[in-house]
Design a protein around this ligand. Sequence first.
Ligand code: FAD
Length: 288
Amino acid sequence: MRTFEYLKPTSVEDALSLLAQYGDKAKVIAGGTDVMVQWKKKLISAEYLISLRNIPALNFIDLSADLRIGSATPHRALELSPVIQQGFPAIHDAVRGLGSVQVRNSGTIGGNLCNAAPSADTAPPMLVLDTEVKISSAGGTRSVRIEEFFKGPGKTVLETGDLVTEFVVPKPASNTGMAYWKHTRRKAMDLPILGVAMLLSFDDDLKTCQKARIGLGVAAPVPLRARKAEAFLEGRIVDEAALAEAGKLAAAEASPRTTIRGSEWYRRDMIGVLVKRTGLICQQRARR
Ligand SMILES: Cc1cc2nc3c(=O)[nH]c(=O)nc-3n(C[C@H](O)[C@H](O)[C@H](O)COP(=O)(O)OP(=O)(O)OC[C@H]3O[C@@H](n4cnc5c(N)ncnc54)[C@H](O)[C@@H]3O)c2cc1C
């Protein structure tokens, strides 16, 4: 029988020194909703599981300046947070539809992003919010832009000994609307066939787009920014025709796969549909 030692540090410093001590024999576990499934399927092995559960410094939501979210903050805390509901509705859209209440109580935003599944629900909203990922190791700390964080399915820039400590999300400008649309076959407990997040900032007329961000999930091996579609929208009056054109451009930029949940052609078609739909929600939300 395979066994592991379960270590419960209470500070970031202790977690980092355990990670440095055990190197490749150690694995970080936050909520465990991915790790335990992978362990049972024998997709991972580790002699030491280093739990983040008892480290309060990794579990927080703070909006004193920019938004800061501790990596071990559970989805449920984000879902129930007025700061997230009111100020960052794209994150709220993502976490409220992720798994079940039980999964959201255990699973964390850091676990979702570090697991780097192309279907990770929190990835497209964090992409469109230009999030910075703070990473620490025994050797020091560094930051990477979330776009550079994902390297492939299940792969990130994290190296042995690294711990993600927090995500820093710049406060959006006024006249900004944001949304995440999770396209699934059923409402509960399903990974997305496609996930589309958008952020649109407008001039005071609330029609002319100043800044556009489009983040696509399950549309490529890594969560993707649709840059040509973003550039098309910037400086333009946002209406159904403009969003339809942006949707076509985003679909052309994507490289979706055929999987059990959906075929390549269907995903590509749906990118067009959902960019238009999500863009209209952004515009409505910017008007509030
Ligand atoms: C029934 C069920 C339904 C689900 N539904 C969804 C869904 O709808 N949408 C969705 O996106 N996901 C879903 N998931 C997947 C999973 O719940 C999420 O990915 C969750 O956010 C993982 O978080 P966690 O804290 O449990 O991560 P863990 O399982 O603890 O860790 C995941 C990975 O991240 C690493 N890690 C965690 N924290 C850190 C850190 N701070 N620094 C460095 N590495 C770290 C771990 O080593 C591991 O490799 C579902 C899972 C289950 C079991």
